[in-house]
Design a binder for this molecule. Structure first.
Ligand SMILES: Cc1ncc(COP(=O)(O)O)c(C=O)c1O
Length: 381
């Protein structure tokens, strides 16, 4: 029994730990080469091929991916970057760390928790440099409208694709729809490594800049020098150490090979939730409707509770039944550090903020467990 299973009857997320994964880790440990090297290169080329991107750059985590992407596209002081407030705080934090100002935009509404393109447009000023779009819960956002607005105003589109490995829109993978896409391999993600991230782009120059920024601005890596491909290095810009190590890259490659099956399992559970919960007891299950052009990755199973529902009580009742839940997310503009930072009204975000509830979801979750979660939620309401 794993740690996560021991605390909850049905945890929010779960990972499969098996011999293939353990052997991958031990293989790296035994190889004696632990920092960035051949496994990182392999993981990068596999991930690039999976996404259909020209370049994939492995980094320490998804936050590092966002930070480097924003820096590499040129965000800095005097710039504004629009981002939906209904997102993980990393997007706003990393915008701040480039010196730019985050400007929060609204979501479309309870049926579509992705950004509202009309409000993105309303948030644009002459200082706007970029927009960070989130594919909330792995549901591709309306990139046609985003692209059109970005083109008209000369904005760079950065994708926060942390929820969306394997999600696609019109046959193109999320992460490759903007200028640069950022993924997270945090322990609860569809492709869990523990900590890890990836940046994808088709832009050769941007990729070269991202590689430099990832490793101190150095022109060669320790791995290059070890192989005799270089004997020294120059530093051409002030970079960071945002590298991924070999152990985590080896885990990442195994998890990437399992991603299609993981996403299929998530799709099965999400469909079961939808048929049990949609329009029942005042619940809204967002992102409904048939649209063959959009393939979600089902990172999150989110429901919007009826207006006035006591979310803490609902979560408490589910917890009493051994069912772990979460909230994605407390909107960024409500945090102490961001209150009043952008000052734009966000009525749709505010209207759902206290009503969002995330249910357990992972590929190996059984139909019986999904039914139990749905039944318990309906009884609670
Ligand atoms: C939407 C989103 N963006 C960014 C991140 C940051 O990723 P990481 O935790 O790997 O730094 C996360 C993950 O936690 C996320 O869910």
């Amino acid at each position: 029994m794993t740690e996560t299973q021991s605390r909850w009857r049905i945890p929010l997320s779960d990972v499969l730990v098996d011999d293939e994964l353990v052997d991958a880790v031990l293989g790296v440990v035994r190889s004696g080469w632990w920092s960035m090297g051949p496994r990182v290169e392999q993981f990068e080329s596999d991930f690039a091929a999976f996404c259909g991107a020209a370049h994939a750059i492995a980094v320490a985590n998804g936050t590092a991916a966002l930070h480097l992407a924003l820096l590499a596209v040129g965000c800095g002081s005097d710039d504004e970057v629009v981002v939906p407030s209904l997102n993980f705080v990393a997007a706003a934090n990393t915008i701040e760390h480039t010196g730019a100002a985050p400007v929060f935009c609204d979501i479309a509404g309870p049926h579509d928790l992705n950004l509202d393109p009309a409000d993105l447009e309303a948030a644009v000023t002459p200082r706007t440099k970029a927009v960070v779009v989130l594919h909330y819960g792995g549901n591709p956002c309306d990139m046609t409208s985003v692209d059109e607005i970005a083109e008209r105003h000369g904005l760079v589109v950065v994708e926060d694709a942390a929820h969306a490995p394997g999600a696609s829109l019109n046959g193109r993978m999320c992460g490759t729809l903007g200028r640069v896409g950022c993924f997270s391999f945090f322990a609860n993600k569809n492709l869990p490594v523990g900590e890890g991230g990836m940046i994808v782009t088709d832009d050769d120059e941007l990729a070269a800049r991202l590689r430099l920024l990832r490793s101190h601005g150095m022109t060669t890596l320790t791995w290059d020098r070890h192989r005799g491909h270089a004997s020294s290095y120059d530093v051409v810009l002030p970079g960071f150490n945002y590298r991924l190590d070999e152990v985590r890259a080896a885990v990442g490659s195994v998890q990437l090979s399992r991603l299609p099956e993981e996403n299929a399992g998530r799709a099965r559970v999400a469909a079961r939730y939808r048929s049990a919960l949609e329009d029942r007891a005042g619940l809204t299950v967002p992102f409904g409707g048939d649209d063959a052009t959009r393939v979600p990755s089902h990172h999150l199973a989110v429901v919007v509770l009826p207006e006035g529902a006591d979310r803490a009580a609902v979560r408490g009742a589910l917890a009493d039944a051994g069912i772990q839940t979460s909230v994605h997310y407390p909107p960024i503009h409500t945090f102490t550090a961001y209150q009043g930072v952008s000052g734009r009204p966000l009525p749709q975000t505010d209207a759902v903020a206290e009503r969002l509830l995330t249910l357990p979801l992972y590929g190996r979750m059984t139909d019986d467990d999904a039914d139990l979660v749905a039944e318990t939620l309906l009884q609670t309401l």
